[in-house]
Design a protein. Structure first.
Length: 538
């Protein structure tokens, strides 16, 4: 674009804005008039514009007025962020919290977030005679009433109808969880069943989204007998629930499956915080002589050593913990508060991008199953949540042998010899790669580490048919994450086939998919159809 170009704000059809009754044309004529004067100044600073910043990527931002606005914002942002480095006397934790707070403030101040300084929003408001802003204001009021930002169409998805639809039955139930057994789709299945422990800070159906994205459906089609734990969203009746209860629930689920199918062991999967808990469960079971009940353990983006846990460490100071206590007067923490915390970690994408599209542009909400899941929050028992933040994130006690115990059994991760498959996401902002890697430094059994492309969700939910991303494996013994990366081999696509090959490597034993392998036809009677009541509890 040449220095004197003022497009793509359309030029007014007349030179004098007051000579036309069209207010939109008049405003555009005024902008273009000032734009011609400011074009040389804007062109001189064009090298300050970050071409990768999607907030200002539209051609409307090349108009000299708005080009200067984004340039000025960039200068101000850099100055504000650099101020953090000049504050004396900060320890690393304080500096990290200040940098996070400053970044959050800077993102909120973006000119893209205002209908006056966002040319895309301004153009649409002019074209629609303000209808886009009226729609956006209604969206804003609706979100205030909901208490959270809406990311996707509220009517596009329904659990059990077009998401979480893999056929199965709830076959066991406690006040804390339901156990779902899925219906086999192959005549022969592997003898050792798989039990999946999803994080209770979200709904389990992240692993059972649309049929094309469902890890559960895919694993069943691979000939595995799959059980899923569906945790109950906390209410006042769960005010005394602590971490011991979740560890005991994992043990109870494992024993229930073993007894129901008459098998010696299971393959266990733990995702995120449920993976952290699975590590503790394995240590407890090993200490009690029950290690053989779990043939293998798989960890999806799970941490046990929180010394490098990333930006979530900014939320475990005394002030934040005190605030959580105030928000948990009924014995549980409303999941919307935790959702906001996670959204802040990616504020541009999960907050401000929606402010622009939902409120400034008044756009229709997309039908995106993953975003629907992201907004389907669960409540947390406040007593457990507080101890989780203090004992694990703040004090890092899980990797200190004997510092924590479950039911009187001290936890020592070093005793765990269960074969483990550890998956990490290269761009994970919730469980950072360096933090997940540390799990390899604490177990003493055989271990396979897999680095997946993308982050905390897309790095896990990556079906082979999508042919997206990649993963890295290093078959050689390594002493550090840097060594792993340096010698790793990249494979295009999903890591799921690598995982199922690893699972099959534990034995070729197969059984006919009948009797106890059919949900409700064995020792465990069917309670209700999958996905069950607990996943629908709000």
């Amino acid at each position: 674009m040449s220095d004197d170009t003022t497009a793509p704000i359309p030029a007014a059809p007349v030179a004098d804005p007051m000579a036309t009754p069209d207010a939109a044309a008049g405003i555009r004529a005024i902008l273009d008039g000032w734009g011609k004067l400011l074009a040389p100044i804007a062109a001189a600073g064009r090298d300050r514009v970050d071409p990768k910043d999607k907030r200002f990527a539209g051609p409307e931002w090349d108009h000299p007025i708005f080009d200067l606005v984004r340039q000025g914002y960039g200068i101000m942002s850099d100055a504000m962020m650099s101020m953090v480095d000049t504050v004396p006397g900060l320890d690393p934790a304080q500096k990290s919290r200040m940098a996070f707070a400053m970044r959050t403030l800077v993102e909120a101040m973006s000119p893209a977030n205002s209908p006056i300084t966002n040319p895309v929003a301004l153009n649409k408001a002019l074209d629609t005679k303000g209808a886009s802003l009226a729609t956006g204001f209604q969206n804003l009021l609706t979100d205030f009433q909901r208490g959270q930002v809406t990311h996707t169409s509220p009517t596009a998805f329904e659990v059990g109808v077009n998401i979480a639809t893999t056929p199965g039955k709830v076959v066991y139930e406690t006040p804390l969880f339901q156990l779902i057994q899925y219906t086999p789709t192959t005549p022969i299945v592997g003898k050792t069943p798989v039990v999946i422990f999803p994080p209770w800070i979200n709904r389990f159906y992240i692993l059972d989204l649309s049929p094309q994205k469902s890890f559960i459906r895919w694993a069943v089609a691979e000939g595995l007998t799959i059980f899923m734990v569906s945790w109950k969203s906390a209410d006042a009746s769960m005010k005394d629930v602590i971490w011991d209860d979740y560890v005991n629930a994992q043990i109870e689920a494992i024993d229930t499956i073993r007894n129901a199918l008459d098998v010696e062991s299971v393959h266990a999967i733990g995702y995120c915080v449920a993976g952290t808990t699975l590590a503790a469960t394995l240590a407890v079971m090993t200490a009690r002589g029950d290690a053989d009940k779990v043939k293998s353990a798989t960890f999806f983006t799970a941490q046990v050593d929180f010394s490098q846990a990333g930006e979530l460490l900014n939320f475990v100071d005394d002030a934040n913990i005190a605030m959580i206590e105030k928000l948990s007067k009924d014995g549980f923490l409303d999941g919307r508060y935790l959702a906001m915390t996670f959204n802040l970690l990616r504020g541009r994408d999960l907050i401000w991008n929606n402010v622009v599209s939902n409120y400034l542009l008044g756009q229709d909400y997309p039908a995106f199953d993953l975003l629907h899941w992201n907004g389907d929050t669960t409540n947390l028992p406040s007593k457990w949540h507080k101890s989780y933040l203090i004992d694990l994130y703040r004090d890092n006690r899980l990797v200190k042998p004997g510092s924590l115990s479950i039911g009187g059994t001290p936890i020592d991760l070093a005793v765990v010899k269960t074969p483990a498959y550890v998956q990490a996401g290269r761009e994970d902002h919730i469980a950072p790669l360096a933090s997940v890697w540390k799990l390899t430094e604490h177990f003493s059994g055989p271990l396979r580490f897999v680095l997946a492309g993308s982050g905390h969700i897309a790095g896990v939910v990556n079906p082979p048919e999508a042919k997206k991303y990649q993963y890295w494996i290093n078959e050689n013994p390594v002493d550090s994450l840097d060594d792993f990366i340096a010698g790793a081999t990249e494979t295009k696509g999903s890591w799921w086939p690598d995982w199922v090959s690893w699972i099959r490597g534990f034995g070729p034993d197969d059984v006919v998919a009948s009797d106890t392998r059919i949900p409700g036809e064995g020792k465990l009677a069917a309670i209700e159809d999958a996905p069950g009541r607990y996943v629908r509890t709000r």
